[in-house]
Design a protein around this ligand. Sequence first.
Ligand SMILES: [Zn+2]
Ligand SMILES: [Zn+2]
Length: 224
Amino acid sequence: MIELQSIRVTDFDTNCYLVNRLDTRSCIIVDPGGDIDIVMSKLRSEDLRPAAILLTHSHLDHAGGVALLKKSAESQYGTTLPLYAHKEDLELLYSITKQASLFGFDSDKFQDSPTPDVLVEDDSDLSITGITIKVLHTPGHTAGHVCFYFANSKPFVLSGDTLFKSSVGRTDLPGGNHNLLIKSIKEKLLVLPDETIVYPGHGPQTDIYCERISNPFLQAASIL
Ligand SMILES: [Zn+2]
Ligand SMILES: [Zn+2]
């Protein structure tokens, strides 16, 4: 049995997710964009032991805290957290400080990410600390954006900045492509079971059924 918790991080109100095993209290950290002190104190207060870091994509608000989280976990738990990311987002991942200055943040407070330990691939299954995760490559918001699907008895997907409640990800940043984003949502997400809960990178949760029938961006694209 697993549980999901979210922590709101950075000035962008990014949802950083913890996917926790109830029995062993080991957890996977998804999108630690920043505020790593808050993430670390959550781990302590919930008695969780981190096992890995997963990135839906490598924008600052999702990947900005990776370097610091790796260091903090190493000193706190004595373990090196493997980092999982898609190869088409590597350029973004290695330019965290540049992204910070572009957004007007103090780039001294950020560090570029270390090299990922695992490059994730579309339609592959990851098994991390006994939790099975399907990787869905959903380019459009960034070229290397992926969603993480958990096909348990109550299926859910971590959709990053691809699909939001009644909205979709922006595509005006470098590497963005709106038509490709809509295609990704249609082919990779709307085919998931209707009851799949969608936990996006920003804002509240929704589900696949609700978005398929009422998301205005998907209606406008007449993809039903
Ligand atoms: Zn983004
Ligand atoms: Zn974001």
